[in-house]
Write a protein that binds this ligand. Structure first.
Ligand code: 13P
Length: 256
């Protein structure tokens, strides 16, 4: 049975607090208090989390963060702990985004520690995996994603998890305005699903996981992705900064 779709906005480092608040208010107005047919998650940067959390109170729109550190407390200047995210009522957290892997040298091991920290602290990790253009050209797209996924899920106790979201984001299409072909994404989703089935069981995969696509999705392309049976939603960057675009994507998801 197809799963309820989940649409996640990743606003990256684009908005100051005042702009974030405006955008959230617009989205609440447009989406209503309860996007019932679709799960909607907003991931602002850290600073406005507290403010956004208050704005989302009483709505069905959920809050997520863009990153997490794996220690609970201590001498880690500049980091944000799971406890801090909980205090801001975050339910989701993006982990291992390609921009962090590339720009901040996050390794598979670090991503794994973050996933474990999220799960142990009742946060739902949104684990990003995806190949670069060079890796794809070298015919390694599946092996790269497989390696990232196996590393990210190592020693994760599923029975502690509320849910785990896997976001397939081919690195080379992010921010280009040109997504991969929906069938291309679906092919990777088949691989990811098969891997999870082997790692756990089809029943556990079904119980704990949703697998989504990210990379230049907009309101025009959204339906083509959501039509694919195995694509459970989308992690949206650029288009999530525009009210009409993001609302269009959520509405497209509500049709499937
Ligand atoms: P774009 O939608 O801007 O391509 O970004 C995708 C992404 O990186 C979401 O995490």
């Amino acid at each position: 049975m197809p799963k309820k779709k989940i649409i996640i906005a990743n606003w990256k480092m684009n908005l100051i607090e005042a702009e974030t608040v405006l955008l959230v208010k617009e989205l609440i107005k447009e989406l209503g208090d309860s996007p019932e047919k679709v799960d909607v998650v907003l991931c602002p940067s850290f600073i406005p989390l507290d403010e956004v959390s208050k704005l989302l109170e009483g709505t069905n729109i959920k809050l997520g963060a863009q990153d997490i550190f794996w220690e609970t407390r201590g001498t880690y200047t500049g980091e944000i702990s799971p406890r801090m995210l909980q205090e801001w009522n975050c339910e989701y957290v993006i982990v291992g985004h390609s921009e962090r892997r590339q720009n901040f040298k996050e390794t598979d091991e670090m991503v794994n520690k973050k996933v474990i920290a999220a799960v142990e602290n009742d946060l739902i990790p949104i684990i990003c995996v995806g190949e670069t253009k060079a890796e794809r050209k070298a015919g390694k797209k599946k092996s790269v994603v497989k390696k990232q996924l196996l590393a990210a899920l190592k020693n994760v106790k599923l029975d502690r998890a509320k849910e785990i979201i896997i976001a397939y984001e081919p690195v080379w299409v992010i921010g280009t305005g040109k997504p991969v072909k929906p069938e291309d994404a679906e092919e990777m989703h088949v691989m990811v699903r098969g891997l999870l089935d082997k790692l756990y069981t089809p029943a556990l995969r079904d119980k704990y996981f949703r697998i989504i696509y990210g990379g230049s999705v907009d309101s025009k392309s959204a339906s083509d992705f959501f039509k694919q049976e195995l694509i459970d939603g989308s992690l949206v960057g650029g288009a999530s900064l525009l009210v009409n675009e993001f609302v269009g994507i959520v509405k497209a998801a509500a049709n499937y």
